[in-house]
Design a binder for this molecule. Structure first.
Ligand code: HXC
Ligand code: NAP
Length: 292
């Protein structure tokens, strides 16, 4: 058994319809593919229709499932309502909303225009709010239960991080929304959870977070105690579990999947990892000598 293998049993998501925002590329595409393999109908949405259509065609051929591409800029509530209606028209119902769409780039905060800051907040926080509100209102009005919202955040939603401040601010808001609605809307049969991935290289993220030779300058796998980056299937396995009925008692949780990366940065003495083994005899002697 290997961690890149597919985890859930066949047809684990059969009968479910799942909407994945930002599903045309990167992690959204990887999760969509696995949902289709597990028997779900999947609608993928983003701004670029041509990209979505190509992805949907590719995923349908690979999985034999039904994948509906729909153009929708999550920053605009009217577009979200139109997208929601298009999915209902096609599949009759929606069971899961996966808020995965995001915008991000590295920059010293003082270099950002007000509009640059707004753009990230609008995609990540307002976009998640728009989809959650539209879908949630519909589920409440139609009394549909056993519905799920899964939000993709990141570990700096709670640690914060310099150089990606709009993203950190927005993801923190998404995490607060996840935990708040997990309680408030549980009475309507909805569950809310989040996944906080560490580094999972994708073109979208790496072009904006590791441009040029930054990838060579900072080997990101060295920040991870497990000494590697994540594999897309590992994330897809976790997401599929969280949108399946197997996770029915998990609500309001954020699950970190980062190989221990954020804790390595947080633990006061984790820098001692760099001490060579041979040096520990000498250090121990020095400490013991202080006893007298
Ligand atoms: C400073 C910048 C900038 C940069 C854009 N802007 N890029 N400012 N440095 N590198 C400014 C623009 O000048 C403009 O402000 C404002 O931001 C909006 O830019 P537009 O290009 O007009 O916006 P738009 O076309 O909507 O594109 C949004 C985008 C773009 C976020 C800028 O990168 C995008 O489409 N991203 C989507 C995909 C993505 O980001 N994926 C990565 C997610 S990774 P002015 O004032 O000039 O009008 C992720 C990982 C997290 O979230 C954790 C990793 C471990
Ligand atoms: P990605 O491929 O760039 O995915 C982002 C997606 O969001 C794109 O498909 C993009 O499609 C869509 N999008 C952007 N703006 C949008 C808007 N206004 N309306 C609708 N869709 C929009 O990057 P990724 O790495 O897969 O990221 C996916 C998610 O994982 C994000 O939430 C990200 O924050 C999170 N994450 C990633 C990592 C990582 O290491 N990769 C780590 C932690 C968290 P269009 O351009 O076609 O609109």
């Amino acid at each position: 058994m290997k961690y890149t293998q597919k985890m859930l049993r066949d047809n684990a998501l059969k009968g479910k319809t799942i909407v994945v925002t930002g599903g045309g590329s990167g992690l959204g595409k990887a999760m969509s593919k696995y949902f289709l393999e597990l028997g779900a109908n999947v609608a993928i949405t983003s701004r670029n229709l041509e990209k979505l259509q190509n992805t949907a065609k590719e995923l349908e051929v690979e999985t034999g499932g039904n994948c509906l591409p729909i153009q929708c800029d999550v920053r605009h509530y009217d577009q979200v309502l139109t997208m929601h209606k298009a999915v209902i028209d096609k599949f009759d119902r929606i069971d899961v909303l996966l808020n995965n769409a995001a915008g991000n780039f590295i920059s010293p905060t003082e270099r950002l225009s007000a509009n640059a800051f707004d753009t990230i907040i609008d995609i990540v926080l307002k976009g998640t709010k728009n989809c959650t509100l539209a879908f949630g209102k519909h589920w409440i009005a139609t009394k549909q239960r056993n519905t799920i919202v899964l939000n993709i955040v990141t570990t700096y939603a709670w640690t914060g991080s310099g150089y990606v401040v709009p993203s950190a601010t927005a993801k923190a808001g998404v995490l607060a929304m996840t935990r708040s609605l997990a309680v408030e809307w549980a009475k309507y049969g909805m569950r809310f959870n989040a996944i906080a991935p560490g580094p999972f290289p994708t073109k979208g993220a790496w072009d904006r977070l590791m441009p040029g030779n930054l990838k060579d300058k900072f080997d990101i796998s060295k920040k991870v105690p497990l000494q590697r980056v994540g594999e897309h299937q590992e994330l897809a396995n976790l997401a599929a579990y969280l949108v399946s009925d197997f996770s029915s008692y998990i609500n309001g949780e954020v699950i970190t999947i980062d190989g221990g990366e954020w804790l390595k940065g947080a633990g006061e003495f984790n820098m001692l990892e760099d001490i060579p083994k041979e040096m520990w005899d000498q250090l121990e002697m020095m400490i013991r000598a202080k006893k007298s």
